[in-house]
Write a new protein. Structure first.
Length: 335
């Protein structure tokens, strides 16, 4: 059994056909059939049931495929780690980022990276958190930047703190909730709300709530672009959860107001890579640039809120939380 045979088996399972899999792999169908036949002989079991309609994996074949997927992913990760270590600044680096990094961090970080390594092939994607984690584990990214994920605290990974991102709940000044002096979670959820995350900000791990909501708390509108989320709030079409630095100009201009919701959440933003990849000078440099960029942004943050920077001992579960104040100025002083 070898990696090549495992890839052949996975392609047949994915396409449901020997012919389609052979075309996808760039092989003659007879070559693919012989490869699977040899694998079945080695394992002593039948992997697929063939018919005119295609190929269907057998129950035992499904067990083998599940293990094969893990082996192929690990092999791809190992290959990539070796490439990174050998290529230096003439190679390629693949970086995935969560939506929280898009507005301020991404432009500055990308420019700094290109200036430092002008011959480095750079690929950067902005994806939802769930997709980032899946693709990172599949070996598609060398480094990912995202809100802290406890599921990535594994021996093979290195997690570096970057910055803290306070989240605020906002609405248009004429929104029905804007006139209230206190808002319960259920009252908040009685109106449509938008967020960049598909999961609830209200009940995120570590979020502080005055009381638990009894209504479904997932956002009615989920969009990975924070500016669109804020635009919906300004139009009075929804309330919104957004990062404090993005919401502040809109609040100061009177286009949005912070809501007195009994809730508080501060995301802990981190960089994740494998221990093997970290041996690459380029990956080490990328992590250093990420920390430098985060430090510059922290210094620019009005008031120099120390709790916005990683390195504090609080918030080790991905968030840092405190009781919520009523206006933006009060909220900012508490971070």
């Amino acid at each position: 059994m070898d990696i090549r045979q495992l890839r052949h088996m996975m392609a047949i399972h994915r396409t449901g056909s020997f012919a389609k899999a052979a075309e996808q792999l760039g092989l003659a169908q007879s070559t693919l059939s012989k490869s699977i036949a040899r694998l079945e002989d080695q394992l002593g079991l039948r992997l697929f049931e063939r018919s005119g309609a295609g190929a269907v994996v057998t129950p035992m074949g499904a067990v083998v495929i599940a293990g094969a997927e893990r082996i192929v992913e690990e092999a791809e990760r190992l290959r990539r780690d070796v490439e990174l270590a050998a290529a230096g600044d003439l190679g390629e680096i693949r970086i995935g980022m969560g939506p929280a990094f898009r507005p301020r961090f991404l432009p500055r970080f990308t420019e700094a990276t290109v200036r430092r390594w002008p011959r480095l092939k750079l690929m950067i994607d902005v994806e939802r958190r769930e997709r980032l984690i899946l693709d990172y584990r599949a070996g598609r990214y060398d480094v990912i930047l995202l809100a802290h994920a406890a599921e990535l605290e594994e021996p093979e990974n290195v997690i570096s703190d970057l910055m803290r991102e306070p989240i605020v709940a906002v609405a248009a000044p004429d929104h029905p909730l804007a006139a209230l002096s206190s808002i319960s979670p259920d009252a908040f959820l009685a109106h449509p709300h938008a967020a960049a995350s598909a999961t609830s900000m209200l009940t995120a791990p570590g979020a502080v709530l005055g009381e638990r909501p009894t209504r479904p708390d997932e956002p009615l509108i989920q969009c990975s672009d924070d500016q669109t989320v804020l635009a919906l709030a300004k139009a009075g079409l929804a309330t919104a959860f957004a990062s404090r630095h993005l919401a502040r100009p809109e609040i100061e201009a009177g286009r949005l107001v912070p809501l007195p919701l009994d809730w508080r959440l501060t995301l802990r933003l981190v960089a994740v890579t494998t221990r093997a990849a970290q041996s690459s000078p380029v990956v080490q440099g990328i992590l250093g640039l990420a920390r430098e960029t985060a430090e510059i942004l922290r210094a620019q943050e009005e008031g120099s809120h120390a709790d916005d920077v990683a390195g504090d001992a609080t918030g080790l579960e991905g968030v840092s939380v405190e009781p919520r104040g009523g206006d933006l100025g009060q909220q900012e002083r508490q971070f």
